[in-house]
Design a protein around this ligand. Structure first.
Ligand SMILES: [Zn+2]
Length: 221
């Protein structure tokens, strides 16, 4: 495990360099990025124990050799296009309200939006319909963000509790916090609805099952 964490730390730097990210670009983003808190050479085992114990907002995510990480730590629930939910284009990861949601890999934020009941709005800075919990049948992703990764892969993060903490055009690194778990939009309770798309822009047609997709990237959801 210590080797894996050390490797992850080194690879974070690789991922940042590959994406052309300047570390200072997200230094003032409130809560900071994951990169600054990584200590690849020391206390790797201790940090691993801390992850198990909780306080996810203060602990860096492990990043795979391919530069990917879990967007949130939690158990996968409702899956991709199941018999019950053929239109469910992602996987639901169960996590407590307020849990930090992280960029699954490096890229650029291409969408930050509030989406409920068939309508979408750009953030206004004021109160918005996505600031309160939704319910099943309401429809929509609630507060969500999309990240475009190299190779025109897009990941989407839905039902955030409030406006994502990143903005359109902002470069992000794997594991960087982008928001917090909530239940906005078409949601029965706090969880992250996570989508992966092999194509840009993200559409229903290029959505793929996130679980095997992430497995190919070296990450078990
Ligand atoms: Zn879902």
């Amino acid at each position: 495990m210590a080797i894996a964490v050390g490797l992850a730390g080194a690879l974070l730097l690789v991922a940042a360099a590959t994406a052309g990210v300047v570390s200072s670009a997200f230094g003032g983003g409130g809560g900071g990025g994951c990169v600054g808190a990584v200590h690849p050479d020391a206390d790797a085992a201790h940090e691993t124990r801390a992850t198990t114990a909780g306080t996810p907002s203060r602990v860096c995510a492990e990043v795979s050799v391919g530069g990917w990480t879990r967007p949130v730590v939690g158990e996968a629930g409702s899956g991709f296009r199941t018999g019950d939910r053929p239109g469910h284009d992602g996987v639901d990861i169960m996590a407590a309200r307020g849990t930090v949601v992280r960029a699954a890999s490096g890229g650029v934020v291409v969408r930050v939006r509030c989406n409920v009941g068939g309508d979408s709005w750009e953030p206004t800075g004021g109160p918005m319909p996505c600031d309160s919990d939704g319910y099943p049948g309401l429809g929509g992703c609630g507060w969500y963000a999309e990240i475009r990764h190299p190779g025109d892969v897009v990941t989407r993060y839905c039902h955030l509790i409030r406006q994502p903490t990143v903005t359109v055009g902002e470069p992000v690194t794997a594991g960087q916090p982008i928001g917090h778990v909530g239940s906005s939009g078409n949601s029965s309770g706090p969880h992250l609805h996570y989508e992966a798309h092999e194509g840009y822009p993200a559409t229903e047609d290029n959505a793929v099952d996130p679980i095997p997709f992430m497995r190919r990237k070296g990450v078990s959801l």
